[in-house]
Design a protein around this ligand. Structure first.
Ligand SMILES: NC(=O)c1ccc[n+]([C@@H]2O[C@H](COP(=O)([O-])OP(=O)(O)OC[C@H]3O[C@@H](n4cnc5c(N)ncnc54)[C@H](OP(=O)(O)O)[C@@H]3O)[C@@H](O)[C@H]2O)c1
Length: 305
């Protein structure tokens, strides 16, 4: 079980606070550095303490800023997300920017601590719960922003309600595309729920970016193919540009949209289906309640705290 930072509450009345998931690598680290340079107080949400600590030092060196901290959370564990949210609520009065960036690609079927297929569990369900648990804090910001990193791969995706965790029929593209379609449908429904607030929720396709995505963290499998493709891909900073733009551009009017290179981009028909978005939201709530019925009750308690 990961531990959480237990530092005391901070005075965030004069600063803007941003939370970046998967902040130790690739676009998450680049996003962190960019937000630090724009004078945000940045919380780097990472699942691994060692990788997180190294990235924290890198972020400080690259940005020449030190208003950044590491908080541990495994988005593949509902309990870890709940613990993280509890710490956050104790320490911060608001959240100005949430970047749902963390993601995995697994070539074999793996499951999260709660038994969810990993890509759906981490890329979608983990962020679904995290965002919901932090929503009241984001609404407390004058100009709250939620940016979820999706992918053009969503175009190959369907939501497989008959076999969502791909127990009967797994393939990497089926799982990854489903999770990235879920990111867009989640954003669409979130925007509906936030209609009467000042919060803007959008998602992005970053393009093909040279990162550690798909590289096995234990075995290093996948590194060779990445190094061969690297010259053809964007840098992590280039890939992070649209997410940072959506998080910080003061006059942003759009919400519920899908962006690529700072512009609204073409997306699949399924990703625009309102009924599908509503059904996925209801399914996600049920799925979380199936594992731990108290987690959604926590939402109400957090709202009152
Ligand atoms: N690279 C591309 O070409 C591309 C294209 C389209 C979309 N995307 C999307 O871009 C986002 C960022 O990926 P990236 O390309 O920058 O890949 P990356 O370098 O592999 O970074 C992924 C980050 O997510 C973290 N993460 C994974 N599982 C987690 C968990 N259970 N809890 C908390 N954090 C977790 C990783 O932590 P560890 O290092 O500890 O594993 C890492 O920090 C992803 O959502 C991906 O789907 C990427």
């Amino acid at each position: 079980m990961l531990s959480h930072d237990t530092a005391t509450s901070i005075d965030d009345s004069q600063t803007k606070t941003a939370l970046v998931t998967g902040a130790n690598s690739g676009m998450g680290l680049a996003t962190t550095v960019d937000l630090l340079k724009k004078d945000f107080y940045v919380i780097m949400l990472c699942r691994n303490e060692q990788r997180g600590k190294e990235a924290l030092q890198t972020a400080k060196q690259q940005s020449k800023r030190d208003h950044v901290e590491l908080m541990l959370c495994d988005l593949g564990s509902l309990e870890s997300i709940r613990g993280f949210a509890e710490q956050f609520h104790k320490r911060f009065s608001k959240l100005d920017v949430l970047i749902n960036n963390a993601g995995v690609v697994t070539t074999k079927r793996t499951t999260t601590a709660d038994g969810f297929e990993s890509m759906l569990g981490i890329n979608h369900l983990g962020h679904f719960l995290l965002t919901n648990l932090l929503l009241e804090k984001i609404k407390s910001s004058e100009q709250g922003r939620i940016v979820t990193v999706s992918s053009g791969a969503h175009k190959a995706g369907k939501i497989h309600f008959d076999d969502p965790h791909l127990e009967k029929n797994f393939s990497v593209i089926k799982g990854y595309a489903q999770s990235k379609l879920a990111n867009i449908l989640f954003t669409r429904q979130l925007d509906d729920l936030l209609k009467n607030t000042s919060v803007k929720a959008n998602c992005v396709h970053p393009g093909a970016v040279s990162t550690s995505l798909g590289i096995n963290r234990d075995t290093g499998f996948g590194k060779t193919i990445h190094s061969v493709l690297r010259p053809f891909f964007q840098t992590p900073a280039q890939g992070a540009d649209t997410a940072v733009y959506l998080a910080t551009f003061p006059d942003l009017t759009e919400s519920g949209e899908y962006f690529y290179k700072r512009k609204i981009a073409e997306r699949s028909e399924l990703s625009q289906d309102k009924t599908l978005a509503e059904n996925l939201w209801a399914w996600s709530e049920r799925e979380i309640a199936r594992v731990n019925k108290d987690l959604l009750k926590d939402l109400d308690e957090l709202k009152e705290s």
